[in-house]
Structure formats: structure tokens, C-alpha cells
Design a protein around this ligand. Structure first.
Ligand code: FES
Length: 366
């Protein structure tokens, strides 16, 4: 069908596209390289007790992700999943920066972004506040256009392989397509790309090892070292449910002169003795079914909160060292006694759950 020239502009050359996409390519390449190295350098990423760990993130995804059925089995090999994810991000980032198999790197970036969208930011509201869906589409131009020969190892290798396989200048022009020469160029290109890929892979492994070693050397790279998450209630007699809060003052060791407590309204969520002073335990809010956390900041004082992060719905965890609730997905932090927002991206604090200790020693979500 003829193209109406009034609407058809001059076609953009591959190099022009490469130059136009260079800032995007640099950003994506740097970001994915950094993300991979950051995971490897952070000991907390592999520490199951840390709220930002891969174990906690997979656990969270089993509750909220639309592909939650896949998350359960992956949770059993969480460390391996974390290592593979970090190395994949590193490979995608380096391939993009170096212009080495750029389209394949872009496809990998799209795959990783889609996975993160389905497991981490799927519940972002409005949808465009989640970064992963934006990354997914940001990779698309690079998948279509590649590096366009700009600052590209692919282009460099192809041009060298081509010049080496060229016929001598004095040779008579070929009458038919030189398929043998073409095959030779392809063979050389593939071999050189393989060698470049091996070199880039070795560079990536060296970077990864260096990052992991430095991270562990520094030790306190993670925001909250030695995070611990008792989750005591969940291992006892707990029942599931979520959200709203309140404080109650009944001591695990009540004063002997206190009048007998009345049984509070609501449902028992577990024994108060499962929550240590200064510690926390998880349960499910009987009203909503959401994951919830109860904390005993002082002897006999219990506070409980819906553990669903108001940002994108990840499950927050209580850090006993920092006395804070921390969201493993994007790092929002909440006051450990009031649930108030300390820093976002969450738009507000955690929802309180009214909780009280009954005469039988159980905690009741009321
Ligand atoms: Fe994003 Fe919690 S879900 S900070």
C-alpha cells in the first residue's frame, strides 16, 4: 500500500535511534547493574530474619501476588532465587551498558521487571506509582531497536569480523551473493561475541564477588543489622486476621491486687506470653484476614497493627533492634509503638488494631 508522504517522515537511521536511546540505555544499564550488586553486597538480603530479605519478600508474595502459587516452592530455595536474581540483574545491566547482545539484555530486563511487577508492585494504586511496570515498558525501545551501533560491542565485533573476511580489493566483483563469505563473517562474529560475553561474564563475577566481600566486610551495609523478627505468636495458637489498633495494659505478670479482668470482646489471637517485652509476634486479623503484628513495648502494654503496608501492600515486619516496622519492598518505616509513618514511600502510617489481654492470658483483637 502506498505511503502518504505527507504523514511519513524520513526514516530514522539505526545510528540515530541508537543515539536517541543512549540516555535510556545508560540509565537502565546502570540501574540494573547497581541493583544486582546491591543485592549481593547486602548481607541482610539473604538473612531470613531481616525484613528486607529475599525470604521475607517471597513470603510476602505468597500472600499478595497474582502468581502466588509459584512463590511457595520458590520460598524453599529463597537464597538460590536471590543469587540468580542478583546475577541476572547484573548480566542485564552490563550487557546493556556494553551494548553486548543488547536486545537479549533488554528481553531479560523486561522479564525481570515483569516478575517484580507481578510479585512486588502489582497492588500499587494508582498503577503508575509502581516502578516495575514503568521499567517493563522502558525496556521495549531497546528490545526493538537495540543499541543502534552506538557505543556497542556488538557493532565493534561485527565490523571487525566483516573487515577480516572481506575479499581483497583487487578481486573481481562477485556476481552472486557471497554466501561463503557471509557465513565466515557470521562465524567470526559469533565467536567474537562469545569471547566478549565470556569476558563480560568474568567481569560481572569479579564485580559480584567484590561487592559481596565488601558488603560483608562493612557488615552494617543493611539499614538495620541483626534484625530479628520473633513471630512468636504465629508459631503458637494463632488465628489469622488484620487491621486497626489499640493499646492495652495488661501485664503478663499482673499486679496481685488488680481486680480480675473481664473477657474482652473479639477473638483470641494467641497467648500474651508469646510476645516478649520489646518483642513482637504475628497473627491474622480476625476481621479482615490481613497479616498483623502485636508488639509489647513495655511490660503489660500491647499494641497491634495491620501489617499490610499502605504503599503497595507488602507485609511489614517489626525490627526489635530498631524498634520500628520496616517494609521489605521499598523501605517505608513506621514507629514501633504508634505505627506512625517515619518515612515513605508509604503515604501514611499503619492501621491500628485494638487488642486486649483477657483473664485467660490470651490476647483478643477487639
Ligand atoms: Fe512499598 Fe511498603 S509496599 S514501601
Amino acid at each position: 500500500m502506498p505511503v502518504n508522504k505527507r504523514f511519513a517522515g524520513a526514516p530514522m537511521s539505526s545510528a540515530s535511534a541508537g543515539w536517541a536511546l543512549l540516555p535510556l540505555r545508560a540509565f537502565l544499564g546502570f540501574t540494573f547493574t547497581f541493583a544486582g550488586l546491591q543485592k549481593l553486597a547486602n548481607p541482610g538480603f539473604f538473612d531470613a530474619n531481616n525484613p528486607t530479605s529475599i525470604q521475607q519478600q517471597l513470603k510476602q508474595a505468597t500472600h499478595n501476588s497474582p502468581i502466588h502459587a509459584l512463590m511457595g516452592p520458590l520460598g524453599h530455595i529463597a537464597v538460590a532465587v536471590g543469587v540468580v536474581m542478583a546475577l541476572a540483574e547484573l548480566a542485564v545491566g552490563l550487557g546493556t551498558l556494553l551494548g553486548l547482545w543488547t536486545r537479549a539484555a533488554a528481553a531479560g530486563g523486561m522479564f525481570l521487571s515483569l516478575g517484580l511487577f507481578l510479585t512486588v508492585s502489582f497492588h500499587s494504586r494508582p498503577y503508575y506509582t509502581g516502578s516495575d511496570i514503568v521499567f517493563f515498558f522502558a525496556w521495549l525501545p531497546l528490545l526493538v531497536a537495540g543499541a543502534g551501533g552506538v557505543f556497542s560491542l556488538d557493532a565493534l565485533i561485527a565490523s571487525r569480523a566483516g573487515s577480516l573476511a572481506q575479499a581483497p580489493a583487487h578481486a573481481p566483483p562477485a556476481k552472486a551473493p557471497n554466501t561463503a563469505g557471509r557465513r565466515e563473517i557470521d562465524r567470526r562474529t559469533f565467536a567474537r561475541k562469545g569471547a566478549a560475553f565470556g569476558t563480560a561474564g568474568a567481569l560481572g563475577v569479579a564485580l559480584a564477588g567484590l561487592a559481596a566481600a565488601l558488603g560483608r566486610l562493612v557488615g552494617h551495609y543493611a539499614d538495620f543489622p541483626n534484625a530479628s523478627d520473633p513471630l512468636a505468636l504465629s508459631s503458637g495458637t494463632t488465628s489469622p486476621t488484620t487491621s486497626s489498633s489499640s493499646t492495652t495494659t495488661s501485664a503478663g505478670s499482673s499486679p496481685p491486687t488488680t481486680a480480675p479482668r473481664k473477657k474482652p470482646p473479639g477473638k483470641s489471637v494467641g497467648p500474651a506470653s508469646a510476645v516478649t517485652v520489646g518483642g513482637a509476634a504475628t497473627f491474622n486479623d480476625p476481621k479482615t484476614g490481613d497479616p498483623a503484628v502485636v508488639v509489647q513495648p513495655a511490660a503489660g502494654t500491647f499494641v497491634a497493627f495491620d501489617a499490610v503496608c499502605p504503599h503497595e501492600g507488602c507485609t511489614v515486619a517489626y525490627n526489635t533492634n530498631a524498634k520500628l516496622f520496616i517494609c521489605p519492598c521499598h523501605g517505608s518505616r513506621f514507629n514501633g509503638e504508634t505505627g506512625g509513618l517515619l518515612n515513605g514511600p508509604a503515604p501514611h502510617g499503619l492501621t491500628k488494631i485494638a487488642i486486649a489481654e483477657g483473664p485467660d492470658g490470651d490476647l483478643y483483637a477487639v
